[in-house]
Ligand binder design. Structure first.
Ligand code: ADP
Length: 466
């Protein structure tokens, strides 16, 4: 932005002043002195034309050829003669004996136009010029003298004074108009420059966004590659540990068995973390594929439960399971639905202190989506858009999730307590994977929770594939 806004030099008189008001003032000025006023702008366009007295006299001269030509020439001269740059009044003599005064309208060195004040009779010669007889012998001088009486006389000095007042007035008017024009121009300039700044910021943001997306792609590819490469040796480690545990390389004593058991446990933990990384990187790279088949929910529930039973026993949690009998068939990706249940159950177990409770419920639910209710529909039957769902609910009596973080826990790598002293393990990917898998099935997942009381995660999977 240029520091100083320049003056609106290109502005025309007609744009600067309020023409209506300007005309009225010129009218009163002409009435006051009984002398006509015309105002032309710098391009010669007539803005004001107030005639006083001289009309019939001039009209009479205009009816005769020679005087008409002379009159036309005079008008041209009045309109276009160079102006006095200092703003001085110029007197122009008409062939008829009348006189005009021309006042330049100058503001800060710019010629905006001119005021033509007249005609009037010069003080010393209040009569039509005798030269008119030579110019146009057909003129009726008696009539002309009669018409001439309607035009007032004025001394050059008097006219200069009158125009001095007019100039003062016009200057005040132009000053305030200029100020207003300047203010609005400054306003426009500042808006324009803010707009340019914003556009530039926007462009930079778009660029940064593109770079971030690229980085994100690189990260996802890196994760996919690393997790894939880690998985292979890790499966071998677990496999060999299992063989040792089974005694395939000779009998182990109790202590050796315990150590190998720990290797297997930790190995399984690591494997599930790596699998999560691989899942999320596939999801982020848009490479998630669903393999549909008709699935049995009680089988899914049994598989998911068996994966957490050892932990449940270890923590002495009570576990309840309720699976409705009237469940409709569900066509879905078996592995993904199982993974959804496993991740939610594993969290419920992980975040519930010893002696607490975990509950798994699966039933049929016919109704509106959770998001529709949250969006605050009118509740009309037509708007509700009810659907048939399989509803999976996993509740616990654990530590709970603060209200302001209940949406964020579904973000990748987000953990409520991410401090280094955090007591729970994990990657912060489990729920992000759940959400992607659920949404891949056009379903919904959300959590209701109270800190210190427990959490309930609900999954809705539509039975129609749509
Ligand atoms: P992870 O469990 O590996 O940290 P998740 O994505 O599964 O990652 O969960 C993200 C976070 O959400 C957890 O770290 C925890 O803070 C919170 N959370 C998830 N499930 C529960 C639960 N049942 N009770 C309390 N907090 C939970």
């Amino acid at each position: 932005m240029s520091a100083e806004p320049h003056a609106p030099k290109q502005m025309r008189l007609a744009e600067l002043v309020d023409l209506e008001a300007f005309r009225e003032v010129m009218q009163s000025f002409a009435d006051l002195y009984r002398i006509g006023v015309k105002v032309f702008d710098a391009d010669g366009a007539k803005l004001v034309d107030v005639r006083v007295g001289a009309g019939p006299f001039c009209a009479y001269l205009f009816q005769h050829a020679a005087t008409k030509t002379a009159c036309t020439r005079l008008v041209g001269q009045l309109k276009s003669d160079p102006l006095d740059e200092q703003g001085g009044v110029k007197l122009v003599q008409c062939f008829s004996g009348l006189r005009y005064a021309v006042l330049p309208l100058v503001y800060e060195g710019d010629a905006l136009g001119r005021v033509i004040f007249g005609p009037f009779w010069p003080k010393d010669e209040v009569a039509p010029s005798p030269r008119l007889r030579e110019m146009e012998p057909g003129l009726d001088f008696a009539q002309l003298a009669e018409l001439a009486r309607a035009v007032r006389d004025a001394s050059d000095e008097g006219v200069r004074k009158m125009l001095g007042q007019l100039r003062l007035f016009v200057e005040v008017l132009l000053f305030s108009s200029y100020r207003a024009a300047l203010t609005s121009q400054m306003h426009i300039e500042s808006v324009t420059s803010s707009y340019h700044e914003l556009s530039e910021k926007n462009r930079q943001l778009l660029e940064a966004n593109e770079r971030l997306k690229e980085l994100d792609r690189v990260k996802s590819n890196f994760l996919a590659m690393v997790s894939h490469e880690l998985r292979t040796p890790l499966t071998s480690i677990i496999g060999y540990a299992e063989m040792l545990h089974e005694g395939m390389a000779g009998e182990l004593n109790a202590e050796q068995l315990e150590y190998v058991g720990t290797i297997m446990d930790k190995g399984e933990n690591l494997l599930s973390m790596i699998s999560s990384l691989l899942d999320i990187s596939r999801i982020e790279a848009g490479k998630m594929r669903l393999v549909y088949s008709e699935i049995s929910l009680s089988e899914v529930a049994a598989a998911a439960t068996s994966s957490v039973l050892p932990q449940i026993a270890k923590k002495k949690l009570s576990f309840a399971q309720q699976i409705a009998d009237d469940l409709p068939a569900l066509t879905a990706d078996r592995d993904k639905v199982r993974q959804i249940a496993i991740n939610l159950l594993a969290n419920a177990v992980k975040f519930t202190p010893d002696g607490g409770g975990v509950r798994l419920e699966i039933d049929r639910y016919f109704g509106a989506r959770h998001s529709a209710a949250a969006a605050g529909g009118t509740g009309s039957v037509f708007e509700r858009g009810e659907e048939d769902f399989i509803r999976i609910r996993i509740s616990d009596t654990g530590i709970g999730i603060p209200a302001d973080q209940q949406e964020r826990v579904f973000d990748s790598f987000y953990q409520v307590d991410s401090s280094s002293t955090r007591e729970y393990g994990g990657t912060g990917l489990g729920l992000a994977i759940v959400k992607s898998f659920v949404e891949g099935h056009r379903g919904e997942v959300w959590v209701e929770s109270r800190v210190g009381e427990g959490s309930t995660f609900t999954v809705l999977l539509p039975t129609a594939r749509g």
